[in-house]
Design a protein around this ligand. Structure first.
Ligand code: NAP
Length: 244
């Protein structure tokens, strides 16, 4: 049985590791190739786009894939849609492994928005020293905000367009609560911007913001493709695979 894991997340790497000893399975993890030095999953890996739905269909057929697990990031909407279309066309089972959304707790001052543009529009009323943790893509949405100071954290250096007053922090999760407290304090941050990525690795910034009473602009997830069975964690994905 050949399983394709669409990856780029901690869960995708954990799943590949959990399947590594299963000699009856051939497992290929697929990465988009966005990060210069990605953490590679164990086992077979391919890197780069497939070339849309048609390219993915061709790949699934050529490699005789028996099941696809979409373990991509909740904000990687295009590849998830492509996977749903391609799997349906090839009649290959598709399972989505998607970590649950973060849930606010008492003390949180969250401002949910629908996009990075909406996040930018909300910022001037909330603060002037912004910690941007939405990744290096899409920083152009904040370029119009000349009066605000930004600290942007990303794995690789961002490229223009981006805000004029920006400081870049190159780092990659998981992050600790102490570390996040220090970032907020040292950079005198008064508002945080994040995607609703979910998961533990990047959650400590939410706790640190809560402790300081800071507002958090949180970008809602895109709608996942309809009709795809979805599990929240690696053990549940392994259970579903066993049923296949
Ligand atoms: P996206 O907008 O959904 O995908 C854009 C295109 O990138 C897709 O159409 C596909 O190209 C290619 N692609 C995406 N994921 C791929 C994969 N796992 N294997 C092969 N090709 C892939 O994706 P994105 O938001 O740019 O994210 C890219 C990758 O980074 C994803 O794998 C995701 O898991 C990871 N990631 C994303 C975020 C985020 O915030 N978006 C955060 C952390 C990690 P073709 O059409 O040519 O096949």
């Amino acid at each position: 049985m050949h399983i394709l894991i669409l990856g780029g997340t901690t869960e995708a790497r954990e799943l590949a590791a959990a399947l590594a000893d299963r000699t009856e399975l051939k497992v290929t993890s697929s990465l988009a190739g966005r990060v210069a030095h990605p953490r590679l999953p164990v086992g077979g890996v391919r890197v780069g786009g497939f070339g849309g739905v048609a390219g993915l269909v061709a790949w699934l057929r050529a490699e005789r894939v028996d099941a696809v697990i979409d373990a991509t990031h909740p904000f990687a909407g295009a590849i998830s849609r492509n996977a749903a279309e391609a799997a349906a066309e090839v009649h290959v089972p598709l399972l989505a492994l998607r970590r649950p959304s973060w849930v606010p707790v008492p003390g949180d001052r969250w401002h949910p928005v629908g996009s990075l543009d909406e996040a930018a529009a909300a910022l001037p009323a909330l603060g002037s020293r912004v910690f941007l943790t939405t990744g290096r893509q899409g920083l152009g949405a904040f370029a119009v905000l000349d009066g605000l100071h930004f600290l942007a954290r990303s794995v690789d250096a961002p490229e223009p367009p981006m805000p004029r007053h920006i400081e870049v922090l190159l780092d990659r999760g998981p992050f600790t609560l102490d570390g996040e407290r220090a970032v907020l304090r040292e950079h005198r941050i008064d508002v945080l911007v994040t995607k609703d990525s979910g998961g533990a690795a990047t959650a400590p910034k939410l706790t640190a913001a809560r402790e300081l009473g800071l507002p958090v602009v949180i970008v809602r997830r895109p709608e996942p493709p309809a009709g795809v069975p979805t599990v929240p964690d690696v053990p549940s994905a392994l259970d579903r695979l066993a049923q296949l």
